[in-house]
Design a protein around this ligand. Structure first.
Ligand SMILES: [Zn+2]
Length: 328
């Protein structure tokens, strides 16, 4: 009888859960509401476990077939210890050791990592980064997150802050304050929030007549509206799109000379809303990046969408147990 991997991708409102086989093929997926009533994390993890057990028992497998449990958490994680340092969206103010809590429920290894890292691992194994050992994934959503896979493994750094690329300072004028407490982070100029920041900053300064003027005045600008207008030829929105693209291309360029990825995978809502954005990023990236570091590197769109998290959470077990043991 074959073995299975259990996966949980914890989000602020829902937890996506899944069962995978030894080849990281997904056998089933579903989701449960996120219980944020208990700031110790115990109740949420217990709910996840109960739901996983229920689904395993309904399948052709039993809990003794489980090779390991992989968990993605929206917050800073110490991969070595399984500690999560204050997951704001879950209202965990203190350190929660997710691995220690979860190991009370099961007899198998438990791996914990942050959601951006597991999403990158998911794309590496089953998405747009398949077949490569060096993959960078950048999530362009409300914020900007990322994960770096180097030589087949997630880059964590000495305290777990590796690949926190959203807080790379690109705006030397430091025009906008970031959630992290500093200013000028790329997240403040190249995320959905960043697009709005740039629109509000530049519009009073420029003389363009924009088709989205009514949205600007009503404070209803969205990144999608800006990219759609840019596609239709709106000069102001083209200007904004180029600014945003240049920041992201600069980030991709830095990532290329540091880790030389085969694939730079762009995901998140903004990547699907803005094909014009991705084309601009590619052009600028080719212009500014050291030639040997960009040779053979492809900038591609993410393929797994919302499933990247559970795939990558299961991927933790695949990568750090099956591949390490030489089984795969
Ligand atoms: Zn920041």
């Amino acid at each position: 009888m074959k073995k299975i991997i259990l996966a949980a991708d914890i989000g602020g409102t829902t937890c996506k859960l899944g069962i995978f086989d030894e080849n990281l093929e997904r056998l089933s997926k579903w989701s449960i509401d996120t219980d944020t009533s208990d700031s110790t994390g115990y109740q949420l993890l217990k709910n996840i476990h109960d739901s996983l057990v229920e689904h395993v028992e309904k399948s052709n497998y039993t809990m003794s077939d489980v090779l390991g449990v992989g968990i993605g958490v929206p917050g800073p994680v110490n991969f070595a210890t399984g500690e999560v340092y204050g997951a704001v969206n879950l209202y965990w103010k203190e350190v929660v050791n997710v691995r220690n809590i979860y190991e009370q429920f099961v007899d198998c290894p438990v791996f914990v990592d942050n959601d951006a890292n597991v999403a990158a691992l998911g794309e590496k194994h089953k998405g747009a980064g398949q077949g490569a050992d060096d993959v960078v994934a950048i999530t362009l959503g409300t914020g900007l997150g990322g994960g770096i896979i180097s030589n087949g493994e997630i880059v964590h750094g000495h305290n777990g802050s590796g690949a926190e690329i959203g807080h790379f300072r690109v705006d030397q004028d430091q025009r906008f304050k970031c959630n992290c407490g500093k200013s000028g982070c790329i997240e403040t100029v190249a995320s959905a929030t960043g697009v709005v920041n740039l629109v509000n900053f530049y519009y009073p300064k420029l003389t363009f007549k924009s088709s989205i003027l009514h949205l600007i005045k009503e404070n209803k600008v969205t990144a999608k509206a800006v990219f759609d207008a840019a596609k239709a030829g709106d000069q102001f929105c083209i200007f904004i799109t180029e600014r945003v693209a240049n920041y992201i291309a600069y980030l991709c360029s830095i990532l290329s000379v540091t880790s030389n990825p085969k694939y730079i995978v762009l995901g998140g809502g903004m990547s699907t809303a803005g094909l014009i954005l991705i084309e601009n990023i590619k052009t600028e990236y080719r212009n500014i990046t050291f030639s040997p570091a960009q040779e053979g590197t492809e900038i591609v769109q993410a393929e797994l969408g919302n499933d990247a998290g559970i795939t990558g959470a299961a991927g933790l077990i695949y990568t750090y147990i099956l591949e390490k043991d030489g089984v795969k």
